[in-house]
Design a protein around this ligand. Structure first.
Ligand SMILES: *Cc1c(COP(=O)(O)O)cnc(C)c1O
Length: 395
């Protein structure tokens, strides 16, 4: 009825078009904690789609510190950080994140999405220019739009194209922004080249390390450790807590002046409620486990290499990646959906990623591995992928 009264709000038409293009999105209902094996709507699956890379989301030590903190701090933080929501748990976590990343200071945000919106719009405005990799996460693109700076997108991992774009830019401040590990591709940004170009053009460089932190680098501190780059090379580091760290939230790490600027100006920091303190407490435990349980990274690295070797033997065209994100490009959205569904029937949960999350014609299965998987899980996955891809070709 509403549609008849106001045809410009014809939502049914938009929904029907999504369905017809195989781009309609639905949710599944998870009935167990995140883990390598997961229960969904009454059935057990092997889980190859979470971002819980180190298998910490349901680690007993995290659960315990969360419970203990809830007993002593309650559940809600009650206010924003600048009013009185900033507790000792938040403060201590910020100190530990600064130490973990080797930076002067760190500042907690309630989500990674908000951290990106907050930092880019606090640093850049109308007369500035933001340079982003074409495949950057949606939150980084939205952040640049929100900032009102000129947004330039350079070809994926193409330092020469970035340099060309920078050299003709009239932006006052120039901010280059890249994912450290690309969320839908699993490949790593050419950080050394980006840092060099940034210096040459007096630009600042920011890395969103949502998928690198906890995994990359000897100590697991992320993409910048892998490239041995400092706060001078890459002034802005964003990390999330909801992926390898197994909890929720995000942070920006950098200089004293950067963090103070964000406290004064980042609207998504100022105008929102602080994370529950128990989440901060659990994250501190998670940082401790990253130090003491290095085996998680080693085991995951072994699984990645076993998976890639096995896939190559089967002739599966994996995208180039040394990270836990191991996408298998399918191309067509409908085919990607069909294969994902086949795998689901076999007891494997693997999501099909379609436009607009990835460019048209590059729909893929986004397979993610975690430290919670075993070599047997990988063997089972390879066998299921082989069968599902074969069955789909024959239909
Ligand atoms: C997940 C993700 C975010 C958003 O982080 P949330 O804490 O989930 O809001 C930002 N950037 C990248 C690259 C991500 O993968």
């Amino acid at each position: 009825m509403a549609d008849l009264l106001n045809p410009s709000f014809n939502l049914a038409e938009g929904l029907a078009a999504k369905k017809q293009q195989h781009l309609y999105r639905t949710r599944i209902e998870v009935e167990s904690p995140q883990s390598a094996e997961i229960r969904v709507e009454g059935r057990d699956y092997l889980n190859f789609c979470s971002n819980d890379y180190l298998g910490l989301a349901n680690h007993p030590d995290l659960v315990q510190s969360f419970k203990t903190a809830a007993d002593t701090c309650g559940v809600g933080s009650g206010a924003s950080h600048l009013i009185n929501g900033h507790s000792s748990a938040h403060q201590n976590l910020e100190l530990e994140l600064a130490e973990f990343t080797g930076r002067d200071r760190a500042l907690l945000f309630s989500t990674g999405y908000m951290a990106n919106l907050g930092v880019i719009s606090a640093l850049c405005g109308r007369n500035d220019a933001v340079f982003e990799d074409r495949l950057n996460h949606a939150s980084l693109i939205d952040a640049a739009i929100l900032s009102r700076a000129t947004l330039k997108r350079y070809r994926h991992n193409d330092v020469a194209h970035l340099e060309e774009t920078l050299s003709i830019s009239k932006g006052n401040r120039k901010l280059i922004v890249t994912d450290g590990v690309f969320s839908m591709d699993g490949d790593i940004a050419p950080m050394a080249g980006l840092a060099t170009v940034a210096k040459q053009h007096q630009a600042w460089l920011m890395v969103d390390d949502a998928h690198g932190i906890g995994f990359l680098g000897e100590q697991g501190t992320g993409t910048l450790e892998q490239f041995n780059l400092s706060e001078q090379d890459v002034p802005v580091l964003m990390g999330t807590l909801g992926k390898a760290l197994g909890t929720f939230g995000a942070f920006i790490a950098g200089s004293e002046e950067l963090i103070e600027t964000l406290i004064q100006n980042a609207r998504t920091y100022i105008y929102t409620t602080a994370l529950p303190p128990a989440v901060a407490a659990a994250t501190r435990t998670s940082l401790g486990l990253i130090k003491t349980e290095a085996w998680r990274r080693q085991h995951l690295t072994e699984l990645i290499s076993a998976f890639r070797t096995g896939a190559e033997q089967l002739g599966l065209a994996l995208m180039p990646s040394i990270t836990p994100i191991q996408p298998l490009q399918i191309g067509d959205a409908a085919r990607a959906m069909a294969i994902s569904e086949q795998l689901r029937q076999k007891g494997f949960l693997i999501s099909a990623i379609r436009p607009p999350t990835v460019p048209e014609g590059t729909s893929r299965l986004r397979i993610t591995l975690t430290a919670g998987h075993s070599h047997q899980h990988i063997e089972a996955l390879l066998e299921a992928l082989e069968q599902a891809c074969k069955a789909e070709r024959e239909t």
